[in-house]
Write a protein that binds this ligand. Structure first.
Ligand code: MN
Length: 301
């Protein structure tokens, strides 16, 4: 598991919210190693990284910024889900007890948490506000992603005041730059940075996303990526591996795919026969522009 800035910020923010609300003793946790963007943000606002949660057996937890079992803590079913706050699709959710859930189709989980604080007139600490602001900027790619809503923008505006971030564009630029610094990573590590597992169209698919400010910087690793993705599929027996390389300047993505079901992906994304990649203008969101397209194509067949 590789948490992004929203996952980490939302864990910290929601723990603060619940602990202030009724004295719950929630501890913010992460499911894996932090990326460079999140590390930058925690340093910037002088916050500590959440504890690493490796096994959910026997534990009680609140899920933030995800709900799919495939993307959750190991042995989740041997623990207990108390609440879920999320902005992703719902796919395989069942619980033994009634639980509190809040799902909204906004650009960022931190936006939902901001609304919960605001709705009760509760104060957000300055540092936590900074993290929440960073999460919104990150998930919405500085408000440019199609997932971004008016509510994300309003939340970001309010949060930047609380956090004392006067020049949001400069801060956002520095943050995304820190996140797109891919120096020192191997192809395998890059694939692991933000890889999510999905079941779409009856196919088990792994979709990784990398953000860059320049395709050329990363596309020279293309052959290595394909090799690593093939090795990964051999290990996991999944049918499809996709790497989505998103260029933040060009506002578009290059998709590389491989696996025994890669011909399905070629058809969905209109790649040439035998091609292992597709260039998608204006596509930057895995959740809003890739997953629904895979699902819709299958249903249309
Ligand atoms: Mn998110």
């Amino acid at each position: 598991m590789s948490p992004d800035t929203d996952s980490v910020a939302s864990a910290i923010a929601y723990a603060e919210y619940r602990n202030k609300l009724d004295g719950l003793n929630a501890i913010p946790a992460r499911l894996g190693k932090l990326n460079k963007e999140t590390t930058f943000v925690l340093d910037y606002f002088k916050m500590e990284e959440p504890v690493l949660l490796e096994d959910g057996a026997g534990k009680k937890f609140i899920l933030v910024d995800h709900n799919e079992k495939e993307q959750s803590v190991k042995n989740r079913d041997s623990g207990e889900i108390l609440e879920i706050i999320d902005h992703h699709r719902v796919s395989d959710l069942t619980t033994p007890n009634p639980i509190f859930m809040r799902f909204e189709p906004v650009g960022c989980t931190a936006t939902i948490i901001y609304k919960m604080f605001a709705g009760r007139g509760m104060e957000i600490s300055k540092q936590t506000a900074g993290l929440m602001l960073s999460a919104i900027v990150s998930d919405t790619l500085i408000f440019k992603s199609p997932t971004c809503t008016r509510e994300d923008k309003m939340a970001a505006q309010a949060l930047s005041k609380i956090a004392g971030v006067d020049d949001l564009q400069t801060f956002a630029g520095e943050m995304l730059k820190a996140g797109s610094d891919l120096q020192g990573y191997s192809a395998e590590e890059l694939l692991n940075l933000d890889r999510k597992k999905f079941r779409v169209a009856g196919i088990e698919a792994y979709i990784s996303q990398i953000q860059t400010l320049d395709y050329d910087d990363i596309m020279r690793l293309k052959d290595e990526f394909i090799k690593e993705m093939d090795l990964f599929l051999e290990k996991t027996k999944a049918g499809l591996a996709v790497l989505m390389i998103t260029d933040l300047n060009k506002n578009s993505s290059m998709l590389l795919f491989t696996g025994r079901r890669s011909e399905f992906a070629s058809r969905v994304f209109n790649a040439k026969i035998d091609a292992d990649h597709a260039y998608l203008e204006g596509v930057v969101s895995r959740k809003a522009q890739i997953i629904p397209r895979l699902m819709a194509f299958h249903q249309g067949e």
